[in-house]
Design a protein around this ligand. Structure first.
Ligand SMILES: Cc1ncc(COP(=O)(O)O)c(C=O)c1O
Length: 472
């Protein structure tokens, strides 16, 4: 072939051989050097470009190693077929991940109060776990999570939620978002799932990603409408009975019983997501569905994301024995996704009583914040009414306005406030009037009043009700 004319820069910090390699590679990728083209000999190209033969040799060696060219004995170097290079020919650009916007008030519903985290106690347990020089912890542990942690979780669940289980039934994983896909993998017989509408978006996304079909089940003041299960051909169901996400309703006792009966008759499973049951502020404790189940039909799922911190990425599920056997068959060659040092720190945190203390403290903190919020909204009633305030870390605001929830969200955004609408969590169901989710947990208590006044001002809702100073 003719010579290759590239301008190499001897002053550059990139070595000459690498410059030459990059030029030739680009020419191949661009198709300027087509398949089967013979490259000039090393000696001739070296002379032509006024570089040493070793420079050319190194460049060709790199191209050879990466499969751009081949070397035929006594013939020379040839450009390889284009098909083999399709990966490198792509022109796709990589978009940077969007950066997180900061808000004056962020009312996103799943946030926790991070200011009260007992760093000192956590650090003490962490230090102890590392200081013991427990070499065993450097090796892989049980796929289900270490037994000591599972024992602590089983004891905690029995006392706090009436969950009956042996530590052997517990699977520890990196939160609900990692455990749910594993669970769906085990429920291969179920083709159509029932999910709450409105509901936790992750479940719907998961079904969509996995091409599993689902039926949205409406939710009313007594929780999800379980009679729809019988009407629709549903094989398994995902529910949040203790504190429906995001409406905050509690599944009534009669519906719980019907749900359990349905699962027993159909010999199918109920996935009970008990994600924030630690924080109840009024009424009797709500028993878990699992504690009422006599027929091994409930998979209990929970997380430390609300009770401790979302970044810990530790959640767990309790599998009924038939599913446990399936899990062990399928996952026996896998490893637990939670690092063992974190598992043991959490074990110590629970065993020492620090977890219980932290929960008690957070319950008080959240209760106080909730009371402040309810009091601060009082003057804006009845244009704004509150529901879902008996548990959890957010409440639902129903707003009497001619505007849509999307418009209300936009107005809040312009005022430096991030707020989610109920409509963001809906599938087929519709708002009767705009509803928004007010996450109160993360805001400092002293700022709650200002946040509420600013929100009301940007929605043009005044104090004093419709016959007072209110304007809309
Ligand atoms: C219904 C529900 N389940 C579970 C979680 C927690 O998920 P993870 O354990 O993956 O943090 C949340 C968090 O907001 C939730 O709203």
């Amino acid at each position: 072939m003719d010579m290759l004319t590239f301008s190499l820069e001897p002053e550059s910090s990139t070595p000459l051989y690498e410059q030459l390699y990059l030029h030739i590679r680009q020419a191949i990728v661009d198709d300027t050097l087509m398949t089967g083209t013979k490259l000039p000999s090393k000696r001739k190209l070296g002379q032509f470009l006024d570089v040493s033969q070793t420079t050319v040799e190194l460049a060709y060696a790199q191209l050879l190693a990466e499969g751009y060219i081949e070397s035929l004995p006594r013939k020379g170097f040839y450009v390889l077929p284009q098909e083999e290079l399709y990966v490198r020919r792509g022109t796709s650009t990589i978009e940077p991940l969007p950066t997180k916007k900061t808000y004056t008030f962020d009312l996103y519903p799943s946030q926790i109060d991070t200011t009260a985290f007992p760093f000192e106690r956590w650090r003490r347990h962490l230090k102890q776990v590392v200081a013991e020089e427990n070499h065993e912890l450097l090796a892989l542990g049980s796929v289900q999570g270490d037994l000591v942690l599972r024992q602590e979780i089983a004891t905690y669940l029995y006392h706090s939620r009436g969950v009956h289980c042996s530590p052997e039934q517990i699977i520890v994983g990196s939160g609900t978002e990692q455990l749910l896909p594993q669970l769906l993998d085990l429920l291969t017989d179920a083709t159509t799932f029932g999910i709450e509408d409105p509901g936790y978006p992750l479940t719907r996304q998961l079904f969509e990603h996995q091409n599993r079909s689902y039926v949205p089940l409406p939710v009313d003041d007594s929780g999800v409408l379980v009679d729809r299960l019988e009407a629709e051909a549903i094989d398994a169901v995902y529910v949040t009975p203790a504190h429906q996400f995001p409406t905050g309703t509690i599944l009534s006792v009669s519906r719980r019983q019907r749900l359990l009966n349905w699962a027993s008759e159909r010999q199918t499973y109920i996935i009970e997501d008990d994600y924030d049951s630690e924080f109840r502020y009024s009424g009797k404790p709500i028993p878990s569905l699992q504690s009422m189940d006599q027929n091994e039909r409930v998979v209990y799922l929970s997380t430390f994301s609300k009770s401790l911190m979302p970044s810990l990425r530790i959640g767990y599920m309790v599998l009924p024995p038939p599913l446990l056997n399936r899990y062990r068959e399928r996952y026996r060659h896998f490893t637990c996704s939670v690092p063992r040092f974190e598992q043991h720190t959490l074990t110590e945190f629970m065993a020492s009583g620090d977890f219980e203390k932290h929960l008690n403290r957070m319950r008080k903190t959240y209760r106080r914040k909730l009371e402040t919020v309810i009091t601060a909204f009082k003057p804006y009633e009845p244009l704004v009414t509150i529901t879902g305030a008996s548990a959890g870390l957010h409440i639902v605001l129903s707003v009497d306005t001619a505007q849509t929830s999307e418009q209300l969200k936009q107005l809040a955004e312009q005022s430096g406030i991030r707020i989610k609408a109920m409509a963001d969590y809906r599938i087929n169901s519709r708002d009767t009037r705009p509803q928004l989710l007010f996450g109160f947990a993360a805001l400092p208590e002293a700022t709650l009043q200002t946040a509420i006044d600013q929100l009301m001002a940007c929605w043009n809702i005044g104090k004093g009700g419709p016959y007072g100073k209110t304007s809309r």
